[in-house]
Ligand binder design. Structure first.
Ligand code: HEM
Length: 110
């Protein structure tokens, strides 16, 4: 598939991911749909990410860091649910992690 299309889909996954995180972390209703969207968009982002890499470049490490950030955003709602951190703080940490992940993808620094 065309790289430009994959990049657009990767960003579409991120848009879906953050709409779910907004509902989970700032909403106060039962959010089964939001939790589903969280899981589905994470898988989507991962699959498109690897489609862009084709073969993961084993001599480079930026994409491994992106997987670590992806994992963090995946477990983050648990920190709020177990009241380990206030929900708005978890959301800010997720935004920072995603921003760093975007920077890694764009600059491929290491
Ligand atoms: C939730 C975590 C993630 C976020 C928020 C995120 C976000 C972004 C953004 C905004 C970009 C730049 C725009 C674009 O090229 O589409 C990007 C690039 C990229 N991401 Fe992610 N990403 C995440 C996880 C991943 C994962 C897990 C992989 C797979 C290893 C991955 C692989 C890539 C690649 C390969 C690029 C660069 C594509 C190119 O060559 O231009 N991303 N990411």
């Amino acid at each position: 598939m065309n790289l430009l299309l994959l990049q657009t889909l990767h960003v579409a996954g991120v848009i879906a991911l953050f709409s779910s995180l907004g509902a989970i972390l700032l909403g106060n209703s039962n959010h089964k749909g939001a939790s589903m969207l969280h899981g589905i968009s994470l898988i989507f982002i991962l699959l498109i990410g690897f489609a862009m890499l084709k073969k993961p470049p084993m001599g480079q490490y930026w994409w491994m860091a992106k997987i670590g950030l992806w994992l963090f955003i995946g477990v983050a709602p648990v920190f709020a649910k177990r009241k380990l951190l206030p929900a708005p703080v978890v959301l800010v940490l997720c935004i920072a992690a995603a921003t760093f992940s975007a920077w890694l993808g764009i600059t491929k620094p290491f």
